[in-house]
Design a protein around this ligand. Structure first.
Ligand code: FAD
Length: 365
């Protein structure tokens, strides 16, 4: 079949490759001037791999996704750690036993750790809202501390809402980890593509059945020339916002270069309190680049405004979910169209989830 894929992010690129390998002819269009969607990166003059839309770390439990991606990338075995700036100290997040030991005097830390181990057991990830329900006085103290210092103001900054106004899918994600593993992800497969994400996507699209047009925005007349279309742009935009706009959270990135080897001791430092930015990413850590210069980005969350900034995070709450489902009803009437990806499905996907969704779609097509 002749297939149009709209959007050259990871969803569109995975779809294009998987469908091309099944013998279909693919035309992939992308409105931006570059491939890889929000995973776009480039190597600057000092060989530092800068992620233009914020720090991206590949991690998955899916052997299928890992093996697919590994056909197009060699991996630097990076294990991600994040620190949060709390009460003047940099402590591991997700909040864990090491964070407790860093923040409290030994006698209090011991009590809190004992209570955690006793109630939940070693190795458990306890969502903060669940910890708050504990009857144990020490754990209630800990829960309130973590809620206030790690979770509440960060969530308000990140989303522009109180936690109560958001789905538990978001709020429930923030765990306290009963253990000493400081890694942000415990997935079996983790890494950063040595040649960058953009090169990985380029290699995915190097196939005789795939043609790519950058700087090309979708228009409906393109549908007439093809048998099917996979659309990874925003579903509300496709329907010209007839039912209203699906809200997103956006980000402003302030990139700064410094004439020094390092700016901060970890790739990502979160600022849950006191500052306007939510986090600072320092890019040279991802591939352990040796240089006497460094690049960081400050992230400032803001509302998405059409024409002014980018859509980053769909905002999961009941009203938005309802609106999305009404768009899905319109989508069901479009015979040769399938929506996918974080904009098409109006859902936050990690890179591996976006790829898995694309692989499954191509298999069932
Ligand atoms: C700040 C931030 C940090 C992240 N960090 C991580 C991380 O550490 N690990 C992780 O696994 N995931 C991370 N993610 C998630 C990751 O970015 C997504 O999983 C991934 O980008 C999803 O790919 P996609 O193809 O669905 O969407 P996108 O990357 O957005 O691609 C969609 C593409 O479609 C194009 N397009 C849209 N409409 C049209 C149109 N009408 N015509 C033509 N082209 C169009 C867009 O320009 C875009 O290039 C992060 C996301 C953000 C926002």
């Amino acid at each position: 079949m002749d297939i149009l894929v709209v959007g050259a992010g990871l969803t569109g690129a995975t779809l294009a490759r998987a469908l091309a390998e099944k013998g279909h002819e693919i035309r992939l269009i992308e409105q931006r001037e570059h491939l890889a969607g929000n995973c776009f990166d480039y190597f600057n003059d000092n060989e530092i791999d800068v992620h233009m839309y914020g720090t991206h770390i590949f991690h998955t439990q899916s052997a299928e996704v890992w093996h697919f991606a590994s056909r197009f990338a060699e991996w630097y075995p990076y294990q991600h750690e994040v620190r949060a700036f709390i009460d003047g100290k940099l402590v591991p997040v997700p909040f864990n036993i090491n964070s407790i030991e860093a923040l409290f005097p030994t006698s209090i830390a011991d009590r809190l750790i004992y209570a955690l181990l006793n109630e939940f057991g070693l190795g458990q990830k306890v969502p903060i809202l669940e910890l708050r329900k504990s009857q144990n006085k020490d754990l209630q103290f800990l829960a309130n501390y973590v809620y206030e210092k790690v979770f509440l103001h960060y969530t308000e900054k990140q989303w522009g809402f109180t936690p109560e106004q958001l789905d538990q899918a978001v709020t429930g994600r923030v765990p306290v980890f009963v253990g000493k593993d400081n890694r942000y992800f415990q997935d079996k497969y983790q890494g950063i593509p040595i040649a960058g994400y953009t090169r990985m996507v380029e290699r995915m699209l190097e196939h005789e059945n795939i043609s790519v047009d950058l700087n090309t925005k979708f228009s409906r007349d393109q549908l007439e020339e093809v048998d099917h279309c996979f659309y990874t742009g925003a579903i509300d935009e496709y329907f010209n916002y007839v039912l209203g706009e699906l809200p997103y959270r956006s980000l402003k990135f302030n990139f700064l270069e410094f004439n020094r080897a390092h700016f901060q001791p970890y790739a990502v430092v979160n600022y849950p309190n006191n500052y306007d930015w939510t986090r600072i990413g320092e890019y040279k850590y991802f591939l352990d680049t040796k240089s006497d210069k460094t690049v960081v980005s400050y992230e400032y969350p803001e509302a998405f405004v059409r024409g002014q900034n980018e859509r980053y995070y769909p905002i999961p709450n009941e009203a938005n979910d309802k609106l999305y489902k009404r768009y899905l009803e319109l989508a069901a009437k479009e015979a040769k169209l399938t929506f996918a990806g974080r904009l098409g499905d109006y859902r936050y996907y990690n890179m591996d989830q976006a790829m898995l969704r694309a692989i499954k779609l191509s298999e069932s097509f």
